[in-house]
Design a protein around this ligand. Structure first.
Ligand SMILES: *Cc1c(COP(=O)(O)O)cnc(C)c1O
Length: 482
C-alpha cells in the first residue's frame, strides 16, 4: 500500500503573494529565511546601543562549530520521527514553525519572565496569552501564568488547594496523571484515588460517597487523561462539589485546547464537560502538548484573582520598576523563559484560540481517531478497547488470552519501528488489567494479571490522511509473524 501524498493535505489559504510557512521539510527553506531575518533584525536593535567587542574567551572557530554541530546532528538521528504521520506513538510532535521563529528571535535576548524587569515585553505577552487562555475557558477576572510544565502547573494548583483548604484531602480519579498523588505527597496533603467507571472516567457515586464522608477540600477532574484521553464529567463533578463545599481543579494539560471544538458536532468533542471548566476554581493546560509549542510551556489559571495572597513574598532584589503585580510574585517558579511566552504569543497571533484558528488543527486528529476506531471495529483482527473521546486510541490484536495480546502488541511496536524509515510505523503500548478489560465487556482470558495493548496518539492533523495506511500497516505487521 502506498502512503498518501502529503501535498494533497488541505490547508488554510492565506492572502496570496508572500507564500506559506509550512512545517516539516517542506517548510525548511522558508523557516531558514525567517530565522535569518530575525537574527539580522535583532542584531540591528542591539547595535543601537553602540558597538562593543565580544570577549575572546567566548570565541569559537566556525570550523570547530561546524564539526561539533555535525556530531550533534548525527546524535539527533537517534530519535523517532515525531513529525511524521507514520509516528502515532506518544504525545510528541515538533512545535509550529511560527513558535520556532518566536522562540529563536526572543532567545537572542533571553528575557526572564520571573519579573517585569527581567523582560518587560515578554512579561506583557505572557499576561496577554494567559488572558486568551482564560477567555477560552470562560474565566472572567483571573490569576494565571505560564509554567515550565503541566507538572509544575498542577503543583501550583494543589498548593493553592492546600492553602485555601488546609487539612483537607485532594481527590482525583484512579486514571488521573500520577503527578497528583506524587504532588500531594510532596505537599503533605492526603491524596485519594476515586474509582473509575467502565469508560475510565471518575465514578460519581464513589465521589459522592467520599464527599459525604467529609474531609475533601478539592476534587481534581481530568479533561483528557494521558492514557486514553477520557474526559471526567466536569459538569457533574462541579454540581456535586458545590453541594459538599469542595473546590474543583481541572487537569486539562492534554485536553484543554479541545475546548475549541467542544461543540457536540460529529467531528468535535463533548460540550458539557468543557463548558463547565468556566465554573471551576483552577485549570491547567499544556501549550507544549496541543498548543504547538516547544517543551517548557505549561499554564495554570485560577478563577479567583484573590489566591495571589498565597504566593506573596518579599524579594529584596527582583522587583524595582513598577507597582504592578509581577509574574514572579504569583508563581512558585522563579526564572522562566520569556522566549516561551513570546513563542506562544506569536503562534496565537497566527492561529488564534478560536474554532477556525487552532480548533481547525485539532479537528482532523479527532476525525482520524473516529475513522480509525470505525475501521478497527469493523476488523476481525483488531479490537477497540474503548471508543475515543479525544484523539487517543486504545486497541489490541484480537486474541483469546491477555498474554497473547501482550505479545502481539509488543510485536507491532518493535517490528514497526525497525522497518526501513519510509515503511516504518511507530505506535505505543498501554498496560491494562483483567478488571479494565472485563469492565469494558471484553471476553479475554486473563492468564496474566496485566498486559500491553496498543495505544496511538493522533495529535497531528496530517494523520487523518494516513488512517487507511496506518490501519493496514498494523494488520500487515500482525500477519508477518515472527
Ligand atoms: C502531560 C500531563 C501532565 C504532566 O504535564 P507535563 O507537562 O508532562 O509535566 C499532567 N496531567 C495530564 C493530564 C497530562 O496529560
Amino acid at each position: 500500500m502506498t502512503t498518501p501524498d502529503p501535498s494533497r493535505a488541505t490547508r488554510n489559504a492565506g492572502p496570496a503573494g508572500e507564500g506559506l510557512l509550512r512545517g516539516g521539510p517542506a517548510g525548511a527553506a522558508e523557516l531558514g529565511e525567517q530565522v535569518r531575518a530575525a537574527v539580522a533584525e535583532m542584531a540591528r536593535w542591539m547595535s543601537e546601543y553602540g558597538e562593543y567587542t565580544p570577549h575572546p574567551s567566548l570565541d569559537v572557530e566556525v570550523g570547530a562549530l561546524r564539526r561539533a554541530t555535525e556530531d550533534l546532528r548525527a546524535r539527533l538521528r537517534e530519535n523517532y520521527p515525531f513529525f511524521h504521520p507514520r509516528y502515532v506513538g506518544q504525545m510528541l510532535k515538533p512545535p509550529h514553525p511560527a513558535a520556532v521563529v518566536g522562540y529563536v528571535t526572543t532567545m537572542l535576548i533571553n528575557p526572564n519572565n520571573h519579573a517585569l524587569d527581567g523582560g518587560p515585553a515578554t512579561a506583557r505577552m505572557e499576561k496577554e496569552v494567559v488572558a486568551q487562555l482564560a477567555t477560552m475557558f470562560g474565566f472572567g477576572p483571573h490569576l494565571g501564568h505560564l509554567t515550565s510544565s503541566g507538572t509544575i502547573a498542577n503543583l501550583e494548583a494543589l498548593f493553592v488547594a492546600r492553602e485555601t483548604h488546609p487539612g483537607r484531602a485532594v481527590a482525583y480519579s484512579a486514571d488521573a496523571h500520577y503527578t497528583h498523588s506524587r504532588m500531594c505527597h510532596l505537599l503533605g496533603v492526603r491524596g485519594m484515588a476515586v474509582p473509575v467507571t467502565a469508560e475510565g472516567t471518575m465514578d460519581l457515586h464513589a465521589l459522592e460517597e467520599l464527599l459525604r464522608a467529609g474531609g475533601i477540600g478539592t476534587v481534581v477532574a481530568t479533561a483528557g487523561t494521558t492514557g486514553l484521553g477520557t474526559i471526567d464529567p466536569v459538569h457533574e463533578i462541579v454540581a456535586l462539589c458545590r453541594r459538599y463545599e469542595a473546590r474543583v481543579h481541572v487537569d486539562a494539560a492534554y485536553g484543554g485546547f479541545f475546548r475549541l471544538i467542544a461543540d457536540d458536532s460529529p467531528d468535535g468533542v463533548a460540550a458539557a464537560p468543557f463548558a463547565a471548566i468556566a465554573e471551576c476554581d483552577s485549570v491547567v493546560i499544556d501549550p507544549h502538548k496541543h498548543g504547538l509549542q516547544p517543551y517548557g510551556c505549561g499554564a495554570v489559571l485560577f478563577n479567583d484573582p484573590g489566591v495571589a495572597r498565597h504566593f506573596l513574598h518579599d524579594s529584596p532584589y527582583t522587583y524595582f520598576t513598577s507597582d504592578e503585580l509581577h509574574l514572579g510574585e504569583i508563581s512558585l517558579e522563579c526564572s522562566r523563559a520569556g522566549a516561551a511566552a513570546a513563542a506562544l504569543w506569536l503562534t496565537l497571533r497566527l492561529l488564534p484560540l478560536t474554532p477556525g484558528g487552532l480548533g481547525a488543527a485539532l479537528r482532523p486528529g479527532r476525525r482520524a481517531a473516529l475513522a480509525w476506531a470505525d475501521r478497527i471495529e469493523a476488523s476481525e483482527r483488531l479490537t477497540l478497547y474503548q471508543r475515543p473521546q479525544l484523539d487517543i486510541l486504545g486497541y489490541y490484536p484480537t486474541r483469546d488470552r491477555l498474554s497473547e495480546i501482550d505479545e502481539a502488541s509488543a510485536h507491532v511496536l518493535t517490528r514497526g519501528m525497525r522497518l526501513p524509515p519510509a515503511r516504518s510505523l511507530f505506535v505505543a503500548t498501554y498496560t491494562v488489567d483483567a478488571a479494565g478489560l472485563a469492565a469494558r465487556g471484553h471476553r479475554v482470558r486473563a492468564d496474566v494479571p496485566r498486559g500491553r495493548i496498543l495505544r496511538s496518539v493522533l495529535m497531528k492533523p496530517e494523520t487523518e490522511q494516513y488512517v487507511p495506511w496506518l490501519h493496514q500497516q498494523v494488520l500487515d505487521l500482525l500477519a508477518d509473524g515472527d
